[in-house]
Design a protein around this ligand. Structure first.
Ligand SMILES: [Zn+2]
Length: 341
């Protein structure tokens, strides 16, 4: 089969003929229809320090996908050939306290599809049946291919009660934009999203009813005044990993406010902990999706009016992956979806 492979220890990715995966009794073989390019894949493409110490070579990469079940292991009962599916890309262990008590997303032995294990940028992928998420009819393959990052957004946004609250999202990448859409969908009052990239802020405005703020041009406090906010943001969703965004967020939170952080800083940085203490802020780190509550809520919201389709800005054939990666690297795109059929 065709697969996009990190074939050697150098920048780039290579489309190659590889062996079709075989499946164990508790796995299914999925014929991949669409895949999404993730920031993680860009790190792997660029072959930065993190990628070099994390990614085995050679390996097929990619973890955001949707397709249909092509073959089924002997022990799998609840799925059938031809079923349209996506899958949770984190493959859990069975031994840790968290895993054994059902807190799967907290399992320290988790391995990542397309990061530690062979990935989805291929015509076929083998996945544990446990991880498979059947797709309802109204979620088309293209949308199915971005449920992984939408799940990051849902996990982050639903960390705290947003009903009637003023929400600040720092970072208008695809996940930040989708988090803003979730906040709007569940009933936040003001949803303000900040970035320094006008293209991303324009995309945010196209996807969701929100207040985009270019913080290189505009002071956040003047925006708050325009919105007639008197005290500060109730909930912050940090999606950028930028130290300056974190500083600003802490400054404009209400006393007793809550912050969920998904943005990954490139290196450690100093934070004014005194402000966090005096403001009685709650800070929560977020990684991945809750298995499988995030998936349940995400699909339920997509079936009841949440629409993030416009966050997909580019649709390319798998053979055009190089263009996809270069477009993504330029930093002005939303989600880029590849077609493997
Ligand atoms: Zn991803």
């Amino acid at each position: 089969m065709k697969a996009l492979v990190k074939a050697k220890s150098a920048p780039g990715l290579w489309m190659q003929e590889t062996q079709n995966p075989t499946i164990d009794a508790d796995q299914v073989l999925i014929k991949v229809h669409n895949t999404g390019i993730c920031g993680t894949d860009i790190h792997i493409y660029n072959w930065d320090e993190w990628a070099q110490k994390t990614i085995p070579v050679p390996m097929t990469i990619g973890h955001e996908f949707a397709g249909e079940i092509f073959d089924i292991g002997g022990k799998v009962k609840n799925l059938k050939i031809g079923q349209r599916v996506s899958a949770e890309g984190h493959i859990i262990g069975a031994n840790s306290r968290a895993a054994r008590s059902g807190c799967y997303h907290l399992d320290p032995d988790t391995k990542g599809t397309g990061v530690n294990l062979p990935g989805a940028f291929a015509e076929y992928i083998a996945v544990p049946a446990f991880n498979v998420i059947p797709l309802p009819e109204e979620i088309e393959d293209e949308l199915g291919a971005i449920l992984d990052p939408l799940g990051n957004a849902v996990h982050t946004a639903l960390s705290f009660d947003l009903v009637g609250e003023d929400v600040l999202v720092t970072g208008a990448g695809p996940i930040g934009i989708m988090a803003a859409a979730v906040a709007r969908h569940v009933g936040a009052r003001h949803v303000v999203i900040t970035d320094m990239n006008p293209a991303r802020l324009a995309l945010a405005e196209r996807v969701v009813d929100c207040t985009p703020v270019d913080i290189s041009q505009q002071d956040i406090k003047s925006v708050m005044a325009q919105l007639r906010m008197t005290e500060g943001f109730d909930v912050g969703l940090e999606m950028s990993g930028a130290p300056a965004a974190m500083d600003m967020m802490i400054d404009v939170m209400v006393t007793g406010g809550k912050i969920a952080i998904l943005g990954l800083p490139s290196k450690p940085f100093a934070v004014d902990w005194g402000k966090i203490v005096f403001k009685l802020l709650t800070i929560k780190g977020i990684y991945g999706r809750e298995m499988f509550e995030t998936w349940y809520k995400m699909i339920a919201m997509l079936q009841s009016g949440l629409d993030v389709r416009k966050v997909i800005t580019h649709r390319l054939a798998a053979q055009e992956f190089e263009l996809g990666f270069q477009t993504m690297k330029a930093g002005n795109s939303g989600k880029i979806v590849l077609d493997w059929r």
